[in-house]
Design a protein around this ligand. Structure first.
Ligand code: PLP
Length: 395
């Protein structure tokens, strides 16, 4: 791809920080982990932070640590990355999908109560694309029904609702540091919580069920190897030092995209602001509007790829994935999820994206939209099918 969808922003100081760890004898469970956890806790305002090997591992450990298991139900969005529902299924609990609201693409609080049963144990909300979910309303529903709240903030480090960072509102919050995220540790994640019991449970679970006794061969419960190596922590510490500059650069890029794409027919642009929220830009996602549908979106995506510009369909609904056909309630009412996901298109978005590249993407997108709007469905689906058969990846 001439212009990739995402790219990590690795500077010399990041390389030096990782290399320095490699000259020490501690490559796991050492001082970098401790420092990274303190830095995450300080940044988010959380009492405790626990480093883990991925965002998915963090979500899984939250489900375990909150005692959610077989037969329990957890409310989740379907317009999300698949790890959200997988984490629930790892513990043989049932993900119950609830629709989103079209403005923020986050869980719609008005639809949550209808999905609550006497088996519901938690709401796992997602701050989609770095836009905070409707936290006060969802927390109030959870309080009334005695439910736990897990915040999936994997896409939203630094985002705020009413001036308070996301991740620290519920029982636990999870951050992800995969290379396409605002800051990266290569692979990695962190769970934050106010509750010291949850924090120590998470620490035990990520390390094979060991407690703080210091005995490497004492395992008090079934645990996992979800540890975050020292090299990854060093990278995270270094990246976190620049987070304010990174977030404002990403906000600036989103603004430049909106400026250039404004006024293009059949295109809905992401809002640069949302009431009571500070956004943390994870991806830049446009939506097709008017009479344009999934067929047009898929053709445009294929045509952009053909021109060397990566695009992706963020997100494909979880409930429509083959892996979920028999793993969720049949025919849930997810009309907004299905409509919006069929029209979403993520454009290249990363810290070092240059103005000339933004112009290049916008010019090609405008052309592709115009071409798509003037072709028949038959022409469009034949071309898209050929593109999918040839196979291309979104990264
Ligand atoms: C909303 C959301 N949850 C969970 C994850 C999983 O994170 P990871 O890829 O670090 O396992 C991701 C990320 O990629 C995500 O976007």
């Amino acid at each position: 791809m001439r212009i990739p969808l995402s790219a990590p922003d690795i500077q010399q100081e990041d390389i030096d920080a990782v290399a320095a760890v490699l000259r020490t004898p501690r490559l796991s469970l050492g001082p970098q982990l401790e420092e990274f956890e303190h830095a995450i806790a300080r940044y988010t305002g959380a009492a405790h932070a626990v480093g883990v090997s991925s965002g998915t591992a963090g979500l899984h450990l939250c489900i375990r640590a909150l005692g959610i298991g077989e037969g329990d139900e957890v409310i989740v969005p379907s317009f999300a990355f698949i790890a959200v529902a997988n984490a629930v299924r790892y513990e043989k609990a049932l993900p119950v999908f609830v629709d989103i609201e079209p403005e923020t693409l986050n869980l719609d609080p008005a639809r949550i109560e209808a999905a609550i049963t006497n088996r519901t144990k938690a709401i796992l909300l997602v701050h989609t694309f770095g836009c905070p979910a409707e936290l006060p309303a969802i927390l109030e529903i959870a309080r009334q029904h005695h439910l736990c709240v897990i915040e999936d903030a994997c896409e939203a480090i630094g985002a705020e609702f009413d001036g308070r960072k996301v991740g620290v509102w519920g029982d636990a919050g999870v951050f992800g540091f995969y290379p396409n995220k605002q800051i990266t540790t290569g692979e990695g994640g962190a769970v934050v919580t106010e509750d010291p019991r949850i924090a120590s449970k998470l620490r035990a679970l990520r390390n094979q069920g060991r407690t703080d006794s210091g005995d490497w061969f004492e395992h008090t419960e079934l645990g996992y190897n979800y540890r975050l190596p020292e090299m990854n922590c060093a990278l995270g510490i270094s990246q976190l030092k620049r987070i304010e500059a990174i977030l404002s650069r990403r906000e600036q890029i989103a603004g430049k995209y909106n400026e250039r794409l404004q006024g293009i027919e059949n295109l809905r642009l992401p809002a640069l602001e949302a009431p009571r929220r500070k956004l943390s830009w994870f991806v830049y996602v446009v939506r097709l509007s008017g009479s344009l549908t999934q067929i047009h979106r898929d053709w445009i995506m294929h045509e952009m790829h053909r021109r060397g510009i990566a695009c992706a369909r963020y997100f494909a609904p979880i409930h429509l994935q083959p892996a979920y056909r028999s793993a969720c309630r049949p025919r849930p009412d997810l009309g907004v999820t299905e409509f919006e996901s069929s029209r979403c298109l993520a454009l290249p978005f990363f810290n070092r994206l240059q103005d000339a590249q933004i112009a290049d993407v916008c010019e090609n997108l405008g052309e592709c939209l115009h071409l798509a709007a003037n072709r028949t469905s038959e022409e469009l689906s034949a071309n898209s099918a050929a593109g999918f058969a040839a196979g291309y990846s979104s990264h």
